[in-house]
Design a binder for this molecule. Structure first.
Ligand code: FMN
Length: 315
């Protein structure tokens, strides 16, 4: 059985996180992943605190296991969102877009573990000093907002720079990927794209179909010129965005073009005009299946691979 410090820290059976994806990771998905023994995480994005409270209630009706909330530190509702997290005694928060520093004391008081997402060694070191419990090192293979470094070079450099546990994210889709992440020194994995195709994920079925059809080269990173690069599946929206970037359209205008596009993709199923955020592993996602089956496939696959490697190469 693969057990790491992350299992102990949070009280989960398997060190597998489902990424807290805005407009994708609702209470239904997070509850199913937590019930399956991983860590389900609600993606609170820019949603108001009432929405989050409602999603938390949903989870609590389905499972008594630990779950998390992803907090976008730039959200206009961040203060109220943090209050709900404290009131509801949420086990874990993951954070994106900056440092959760000023919220650490109030979260620690109620025992909430703080696990920020980082894309560089410098930020990882700074956040460890600030007192966070663990880190998610996310490579630019991932879906959504990305940094500049890939998972393979990023994870071992972060692992060597800090002593708290590190979870690898970006480009992990099965047991082989999980085992590779553990070999790089990670103590857990976070997957986003594969969980978008979980039965319990409430996004438009059109998006799931698109991921199932995707090939290895079907994603693109747009928005580097705005300072907020995002990886999505290529479609009319990304082609238009790329064209405008090449023409030198100012960042503010590009940001306006992108506003609200994730919602119209995920909720309304507009696969041409929406931003279909997805990782490079979209090409490897083969079917729609329950969160339980995904978690089992990844964990059993990792254990099987470990055995296979030792038989094949250890003489
Ligand atoms: C549609 C989508 C939305 C996402 N939204 C968020 C988000 O709101 N906050 C966050 O920290 N990460 C977000 N992510 C990143 C995931 O949580 C996760 O780290 C990433 O998907 C892992 O890489 P993978 O896609 O290769 O599995 C998003 C990813 C996707 C695909």
């Amino acid at each position: 059985m693969i057990k790491t410090r992350i299992c102990e820290l949070i009280g989960i059976e398997y060190p597998i996180f489902q990424g807290g994806m805005a407009w994708v990771a609702t209470g239904e998905l997070a509850a199913a992943v937590s019930e399956a023994g991983g860590l389900g995480i609600i993606g609170s994005g820019q949603a108001p605190a009432d929405w989050l409270k409602h999603e938390i209630q949903k989870i609590k009706k389905i499972t008594s296991k630990p779950f998390g909330v992803n907090v976008m530190l730039m959200s206009p509702y961040v203060e109220d969102v943090m209050k709900v997290i404290v009131e509801e005694r949420v086990s874990v928060i993951t954070t994106g877009a900056g440092s959760p520093g000023k919220y650490i004391p109030m979260l620690k008081e109620v025992g909430t573990k703080i696990i920020p997402v980082v894309a560089s060694v410098a930020l990882a070191k700074r956040l460890e000093k600030a007192g966070v419990d663990a880190l998610i090192a996310e490579g630019m293979e991932s879906g959504g907002h990305v940094g500049e470094i890939s998972t393979f070079p990023l994870v071992p450099q972060v692992v060597d720079a800090v002593s708290i546990p590190v979870i690898a994210a970006g480009g992990i889709v099965d047991g082989r990927g999980m085992l590779a992440a553990l070999a790089l020194g990670a103590e857990g994995v976070q997957m986003g794209t594969r969980f978008m195709c979980a039965t319990e994920c409430t996004i438009s079925p059109k998006i799931k179909e698109l991921i199932l059809k995707a090939k290895d080269r079907d994603t693109v990173v747009t928005g580097r010129s705005t300072g907020h690069p995002v990886r999505c599946l290529t479609n009319r929206f990304t082609r238009e965005f790329e064209k405008m970037e090449k023409e030198g359209v100012p960042p503010e205008e590009l940001e306006k073009l992108g506003a609200g596009k994730l919602r119209i993709a995920m909720v309304e199923g507009d696969i041409e005009n929406g931003s279909v955020m997805s990782g490079q592993v979209a090409g490897a996602v083969q079917k729609i299946e329950s969160a339980h089956d995904i978690v089992q496939d990844v964990i059993q696959g990792a254990e099987r691979e470990m055995e296979r490697l030792s038989q094949r190469f250890m003489k």
